[in-house]
Structure formats: C-alpha cells, structure tokens
Ligand binder design. Structure first.
Ligand SMILES: NC(=O)c1ccc[n+]([C@@H]2O[C@H](COP(=O)([O-])OP(=O)(O)OC[C@H]3O[C@@H](n4cnc5c(N)ncnc54)[C@H](OP(=O)(O)O)[C@@H]3O)[C@@H](O)[C@H]2O)c1
Length: 281
C-alpha cells in the first residue's frame, strides 16, 4: 500500500518540489498551503490532495491531519518545510517581526509535530523531516534572528531524533544552503532601510557582501544550486533508515559543515567565518 506524506508550505520552492518528488515515487501526498485555492500546478498530480494549513493556526493543522487520515488512512511522514528568512541587523528586527518568525519557523513545526507524533507513536513507525537551514549551523551576521530560529529547530530535531527512537519514529533535519527558490529571496530584504544611517548603511553593506559570497559559494558545483537537491534530500530522509539526523544540503552547506568538523575549536571556526562573512572596512 502506498505510504502517505503531509508536507507544509507547498505553494512554492522546496515544498512544491517535494510534492512532485513524493508523487512521482508513488506516495499519497497531502500538499498543504495557506491558500490552496491559488494552486494551479499540484492538484492534478497522481496521489496528491490539497488542503489549507497555516502552521501558526492549530485548528487548521488538526483539520488537515484529520482529512489526511480520512482520505489516505494514516500519515507515515511529516515534512515541516514552511518557513521564511529575513536579512536584518538586530536593531532592525522589531518585536513583532521576531515573534512572527519564531511562530512560523519554530512553533510551526512544534504545532504540526504535536498533531502527528501521537499517531506515529501508536502505529509504531513514522518519519519527521524538518527543513532547517545552514543558518542553523552558524549564527549568520545580518540574519541573527533567522539563525536563532533555525538553531532552535535543529536542537529540537536533534533531541527528538534521539527521544523518538524508542517509539520507532525517525526525526531528521535537512539544512539547505542558498538556493534560488521561487520566493525565498523576496522575503529577505524588507528591513534593509530600517534605523538610523549607521544601522541601515551597515546592513546594506553586509547584505551586499553576503549575497555576493552566497552566489559564489552556491555556484561552486559549476551551475547555480538546483533546489531539487533539497527535495531529494527530504525524500531520502523519508525513505532511508540509514539517513543521518543532520543533512547539510548543497555545496555551500556541506562546505560549512566540513569547516565546522575540521576546525580545531568553535572559536577557530568563527575566526574563519569572520574573515569570510564580514565586509572589509
Ligand atoms: N531557499 C533557500 O535558500 C533556503 C535555504 C535554507 C533554508 N530554507 C528553508 O526552506 C524552507 C522553504 O523555503 P523556500 O526556499 O522553498 O521558500 P519559499 O518559496 O518562500 O517557500 C516557503 C513556503 O512556506 C510557506 N509558509 C510561510 N509561512 C507559512 C505559514 N505560516 N503556514 C504555512 N505555510 C507557510 C509559504 O507559503 P505562502 O505561499 O502561503 O506564503 C511557502 O509555500 C523554509 O523553511 C526556509 O527557511 C531555504
């Protein structure tokens, strides 16, 4: 019998690609998004159903889980993909923006896992794949709040991976590098001009430096990084019992991970990062 996956944030980017990947491999897919009525691409794929789910709205999560079980019988895999970034210096990110980011990037996955884990535990199997970021491996200057949200997701995932083994439930985290997904870039630069000249000026300078570096690193494999790599990494976590807990994905994320592993200390690694990530005066 076909297995069933519920994926969040399927209106674009990695989520949309993950729907196609699971569907092409014969899975039942509950493709969830905030506005399913706008979808034109996914609803006709084999085994795919669409339902509204906002990860900050627990009633919508419960309704989507109930509909998935009614339609497909159970949930074998949950993919927490919904999330967003945002370049801003600490002083440019106000309290509402910070809390909104954590509601989506951290408490969103908490909400969906709360709704699905008891079922997986009782059925004695299941896989949860949390889409984090390479910003969860390193506190990125100009992205400290985004990094903090993805560090939180990584810590949560790591602890749960070990905790849930006893119940036959696997938890993995995929940490993509920089990818040209549909809308990820559009969300990042809203706060660039906030604050006084010193803050806004440095924010723009840092953003330009990191953007140039990101493009350079993402192209290390030759071509611009292909977002399908992330969908494939998610699928591999869902299907391979040998998949590691952490899955840095993309040339840049893997390079960062190997620099962390090979540095003699965290401080030595951060010294390397300072040279690389900060614009010269
Ligand atoms: N692209 C990258 O370079 C990159 C790198 C590392 C990590 N990531 C992570 O990858 C994940 C997917 O990002 P992407 O690059 O594919 O960007 P994307 O194209 O902007 O997709 C993000 C998705 O999240 C959804 N979303 C946002 N808030 C939501 C909420 N409250 N409830 C439900 N869905 C919500 C969006 O839906 P709407 O259409 O409703 O807004 C959209 O479908 C995110 O967790 C992101 O942090 C991306």
């Amino acid at each position: 019998m076909a297995q069933t996956v519920l994926i969040t944030g399927c209106s674009s980017g990695f989520g949309q690609l993950a729907v196609r990947t699971f569907s092409a491999n014969g899975w039942n897919v509950m493709a969830t998004m905030r506005a399913p009525e706008k979808d034109t691409d996914l609803r006709d794929l084999p085994g795919v159903a669409l339902v509204r789910l906002d990860v900050t709205d627990t009633a919508s999560i419960q309704a989507a889980v109930t509909e998935t079980v009614q339609r497909f019988g159970s949930i074998d895999c949950l993919v927490n993909n919904a999330g967003y970034g945002g370049h801003a210096l600490f002083e440019q990110f106000d309290d509402a923006a910070m809390r909104a980011m954590f509601e989506t990037n951290v408490f969103g996955p908490v909400n969906t896992m709360r709704a699905v884990l008891p079922m997986m535990r009782k059925q004695g199997h299941g896989t949860i794949v949390n889409v984090s970021s390479m910003a969860g491996l390193l506190g990125l200057p100009g992205n400290a709040f985004y990094s903090a949200s993805k560090f939180a997701l990584n810590g949560l995932s790591e602890g749960m991976a070990l905790e849930c083994e006893a119940f036959g439930v696997r938890v993995h985290v995929v940490e993509p590098g920089a990818y040209p997904t549909t809308r990820f870039g559009a969300n990042t630069d809203n706060a660039l001009d906030v604050g006084d000249d010193q803050v806004a000026g440095y924010s723009r300078k840092l953003r330009a430096h990191i953007e140039a570096l990101g493009e350079q690193m993402a192209q290390q494999g030759g071509d611009l990084a292909d977002p399908q790599e992330v969908a494939d990494a998610i699928y591999s976590c869902a299907t391979s019992k040998d998949a590691p807990i952490h899955n840095p994905t993309g040339a840049d994320a893997r390079m960062l991970d190997s620099m962390i592993q090979s540095a003699p200390s965290r401080q030595a690694f951060l010294e390397q990062m300072r040279t690389m990530l900060l614009p010269q005066a």
